[in-house]
Design a protein around this ligand. Structure first.
Ligand code: MG
Ligand code: ZN
Length: 214
């Protein structure tokens, strides 16, 4: 009896995701769903990217289980930020994003970052009406994450490997990470960056910019 219930939830989510997608399209907004484990650097990546985007008008939806810590950080950058507290839920769904959009001024926006709840499992299964899915992984998490969380790595359109400045301090086999990603998802570009030292952020920012202008 469980399966039909789950299917109904997923179908309801997909209907709302299509509504979100249409709202974004009507307003000419590109939305990136930023997913990744807690502490992988999703908020830092968004901060660093906004600082480098120049004339692009950006907003952020922050998904968190409880606090507004990340939203407070991002609002200091002078961009529209809307916080979604999921009240314990471990992922965002399309209904939450729809409610957040209703509180935003959309007409002037080019780009919307939606920072998902820190989690490598179920956010991948929920379409939230985004244009592209991005996964932030990080060196301290280990090179085996691609193999251990294949669904997440398979579904995304780009992968950012953050904290490359820590590579020399931990046992991280970059060759294994790269080859397992190619095996599981050959279409997603990989950006090996450090949000702390700003190493290689330019290639990632160029990718983001190309999504907005394409
Ligand atoms: Mg965060
Ligand atoms: Zn979840």
């Amino acid at each position: 009896m469980k399966v039909p219930v789950v299917e109904r939830i997923m179908r309801a989510n997909d209907v709302l995701a299509d509504e979100v997608r249409q709202t974004l399209r009507e307003n000419g907004i590109v939305a990136l769903n930023i997913m990744g484990a807690p502490g992988s650097g999703k908020t830092s990546l968004i901060e660093q990217t906004i600082a480098r985007l120049g004339e692009t008008t950006v907003a952020v939806i922050e998904g968190d289980i409880a606090t507004t810590l990340d939203a407070d950080r991002l609002s200091k950058l002078g961009v529209q930020v809307v916080q979604i507290n999921t009240g314990g839920s471990c992922h965002l769904d399309a209904g939450m994003v729809k409610m957040a959009l209703a509180q935003m001024k959309l007409s002037t926006l080019d780009l919307l970052f939606i920072e998902n709840v820190g989690n490598l499992v179920c956010p991948a299964e929920f379409d939230i009406g985004e244009y592209k899915k991005v996964l932030v992984s990080s060196v301290p998490e280990g090179h085996d994450k691609v193999q251990k969380y294949p669904l997440m790595f398979r579904l995304v359109d780009a992968v950012v490997l953050n904290k490359t400045d820590l590579m020399q301090h931990v046992d991280f086999d970059l060759g294994v990470f790269r080859s397992s990603l190619t095996d599981i998802n050959s279409r997603a570009p990989l950006f090996e960056v450090s949000c702390k030292t700003a190493d290689n952020l330019d290639s990632w920012v160029a990718w983001v910019r190309s999504q907005v202008t394409s």
